[in-house]
Design a protein around this ligand. Sequence first.
Ligand code: GLP
Length: 249
Amino acid sequence: MTFILDNFIRGMGMKIIFTDSYDQMSRRAANIISAQIILHPQTVLGLATGTTPIGTYQQLINWYEKGDLDFSQVITFNLDEYYGLSGEHPQSYRYFMDTYLFNQININKKNIHIPNGMTSDIDAECAGYDQAIEDAGGIDLQLLGIGRNGHIGFNEPGSSYEKLTHLVTLTENTIQANARLFAKKEEVPTKALTMGMKSIMHAKRILLIANGPAKIQILNQALYGSITPEVPASILQLHPDLTVIASQK
Ligand code: GLP
């Protein structure tokens, strides 16, 4: 009985859309984000970095340039930032977001939130970040990518489901995967500040995007396997409003 009930509850709020290309995936994701902004101009978005969302951001920029989208009242919170990198560092997530989205739309810079990787007081930075999310009324729509080991944000396998924003030590697997974006592997920071699994699960809606065959196996494990901290994204099966858009090619 427990098993049947468990399977019934799991995935009840989940919609999965498969696409044939990265462009289609990006367009679908941008459609959902833009609908959210059009219906609720003061919406609070949770945003992600990584190579996967770049096309989604580009599509949003295109619609903004056509006059179809207005970001002037949108509030954003990014999932994570490398610890020890300033916003001017080209591999920082702040720099990434400025380059691929913020500098190209009419967002009010005061409405942008990204953890400060250069903080000298980690606890205060994390508590302040959680408070700012709460003060904004919580995240309406959280965009997520997925790491090859199932991490979301920088919540690595084994992370507690109970955490809000906190400092994490990156796994070798993640450092290796992200090294392609740095000149040398040694330059990849070993720590990061990330919203926790609890922060992510508190979002009212979640939109997870995954690109290409390299992500299919971990995605299957996350969406249909056991719910376990060893596959951080598996907790999303319990979210009441999860949309997954995956490009198979
Ligand atoms: C980083 C980010 C994650 C992202 C992941 C996957 O580790 N912290 O938020 O989902 O990379 O990146 P990519 O989209 O490049 O595969």
